[in-house]
Design a protein around this ligand. Structure first.
Ligand code: FAD
Length: 282
């Protein structure tokens, strides 16, 4: 039985692991460098009250009904389990395209990813930062920052492309007492200009601006300033149909929104394409 490692516990990794369940594989392991699931679909909890949450990356997901194709069943499944609910709250400035439906995740957007990880039955390990992937005796030896390296027959990389390129080795509903959470997104230009600035200074800049435009906002009980170095993909890897095989024997394959586009549909397309390629390889 092939031993499979999925690197990345974001939407692509979670959905791909779930799609591979039942294929002729041994146990699937998922490794992520973070302390929890979600990646760019992560949900943060207030240190003062874990019930107070904020989605730091993706806020809602959009079904384009006309071109949903096989992805439709993913939405139906998530809706039937209450993981997604129609987004009914008004969002100022939001342009709703005809034939599209927006959904939010009442338990936080990371609950979508957690749902797939649970479905996958995979062994999920956090704080496993993959640093190096090397060929050894016909298998992939995967090293992480802490702990001994492990060997796998198939490795599936679902981390952002810039992070793939950094790898070493042979591939170079809230109760009123809880209080609301407010997420402030900056423009992409602001983010790029301050990418390497001191986070405390950037936080102060954002807060001062927020105070000027919404002076009535109460003082926050806690603040988290999140920098997305690899945010949305502006130029996907061309002509690759959602995945790219880097090595065939043993199989090393990568996918994620860098190979499609940056939204729920892009990740599901990549996960389907990854699972298909892995299955046909076995
Ligand atoms: C601010 C923002 C707003 C967005 N808004 C929306 C939206 O409203 N709707 C929508 O559909 N999409 C939105 N997106 C895009 C969406 O979040 C992404 O397309 C999607 O989450 C990408 O999923 P992924 O699994 O491919 O990658 P990721 O979510 O990035 O997952 C990759 C995982 O790999 C881990 N990782 C990275 N390097 C290593 C390593 N070396 N070793 C181990 N683990 C590693 C990371 O910790 C991460 O958990 C938004 C994104 C951002 C940043």
């Amino acid at each position: 039985m092939a031993r499979v490692l999925v690197v990345g516990a974001g939407l692509t990794g979670g959905a791909c692991a779930a799609l591979l369940r039942g294929a002729a594989l041994g146990r699937i392991a998922v490794w992520d460098k973070a302390r929890g699931a979600g990646g760019r679909m992560s949900t943060s909890r207030s240190a003062r009250d874990a019930a107070c949450t904020a989605d730091l990356g993706a806020q809602y997901i959009t079904l384009e009904t006309e071109c949903a194709g096989p992805r439709r069943s993913f939405y139906d499944e998530l809706l039937s389990h209450g993981i997604l609910k129609p987004l009914t709250a008004p969002v100022e400035g939001m342009v709703v395209k005809e034939g599209s439906c927006n959904y939010m995740a009442p338990q936080g957007i990371s609950s979508v990813v957690k749902y797939y990880l649970k479905q996958s039955g995979a062994d999920v390990f956090y704080e496993h930062l993959v640093t190096c992937i090397s060929l050894r005796d016909g298998k992939w030896e995967v090293s992480r920052k802490m702990g001994p390296p492990e060997q796998f027959d198939v490795v599936i990389l679902t981390i952002p492309v810039p992070q793939i390129l950094q790898l070493q080795g042979d591939i170079v509903n809230k109760s009123p007492e809880i209080g609301p959470s407010v997420v402030v997104h900056t423009t992409v230009t602001f983010g790029s200009e301050h990418l390497d600035s001191d986070p405390a200074e950037v936080q102060q800049l954002i807060l001062s601006h927020l105070e000027r435009i919404v002076p009535s906002l109460p003082k926050p009980a806690s603040i988290k300033c999140q920098k997305w170095r690899y945010s949305q993909v502006t130029k996907a890897v061309p002509n690759c149909l959602g995945q790219m095989i880097l090595h065939t024997q043993p199989l090393l394959i990568c996918g994620g929104d860098g190979f499609t586009h940056s939204n729920f549909d892009g990740c599901i397309d990549s996960a389907l394409s990854l699972a298909e390629a892995v299955k046909s390889h076995l």
